[in-house]
Design a protein around this ligand. Sequence first.
Ligand code: NAD
Length: 323
Amino acid sequence: MVLVVGGAGYVGSHTLLALREAGREAIALDDLSRGHEWALLGAPLVRADVTDLEALRYVFGRHQVSAVLHFAGLIEVGESVKDPAGFYHANVHGTWCLLEAMREAGVRDLVFSSTAAVYGEPEHTPIPEMHPRNPTSPYGDTKLAAERLIQAYEAAYGFRAVRLRYFNAAGADPEGRLGEAHDPETHLIPRALLSVLGRGQFTVFGDDYPTPDGTCVRDYVHVCDLAAAHVAALDALRRGESGAFNLGTGRGASVREVVEAVRAVTGADFSPGVAPRRPGDPAVLVADPGLAGSVLGWQPQRSDLLTVVEDAWRWHRRSLQAD
Ligand SMILES: NC(=O)c1ccc[n+]([C@@H]2O[C@H](COP(=O)([O-])OP(=O)(O)OC[C@H]3O[C@@H](n4cnc5c(N)ncnc54)[C@H](O)[C@@H]3O)[C@@H](O)[C@H]2O)c1
């Protein structure tokens, strides 16, 4: 069976569902510090902290785990600047504990959630995997440190790992069963949609970037496409493939284009104000996803911007009605 660490979170819960729908046996491990029990949709949960090595030993002793997907950790860049100790503990020490428990149990196959933040300010775009890694936040540093730790376990102990570097995860389960529910919400599309629903303010940070319309350009990838990439990564590990792979579409959307899509999907007269740039936001972050296509056989299916926003809108409206 597959152990989904961080399976109650946004990307983990969509992946857990995709695994179960593909007929794979899976259980979640999560401390529910940021995730939600409802997001498991009835899948079994071990409630534990990934930094608790004893608890992990117990889990590997009780279950026949063949592979691990590791989503658990802290994700918010601003929070990482204020609390680097917490981020190193959760993201690096947590990964070390998981690797140690796997090593002791003889489990060697791992898929790790990494991030475009490992690249830092890009020297060129689209960004290939070989682009220099130069994170600009403690968050990015911890994810890169975890990647290097995993590579050391591959070299020394025969682990096989796929490191998936997501660009901007967005969207929701098209059937409305799951979606993004971070608190506080810092991601652009949910913040825009929530502001249309009267929850929170939305501001465009900077309209003087060297981009076609002056706003930042990002590569939005549908969370269900990310989930499918994890299923493909497990198959690739079985074929003996490993390494780092960008998950993005190769196409960027500007903040203004997102605002347009939100207006088109919601029908709201959505005209956010503009504030100065935030420090540390690169102008353009777009993936070169070619390697994921050729090695993992992965192609995004639902990642065009309107579909992403429609799926997210359906989810946010439903979840606020259920409140
Ligand atoms: N969301 C994105 O746009 C994005 C982009 C790039 C990379 N990532 C990476 O993907 C992964 C998942 O992101 P997400 O958006 O689903 O985040 P999330 O916060 O929704 O999910 C993380 C899950 O891990 C759990 N968790 C946190 N610390 C834990 C601990 N110590 N022990 C056990 N469980 C713990 C949380 O309760 C939560 O359920 C993260 O590793 C993140 O770095 C996300």
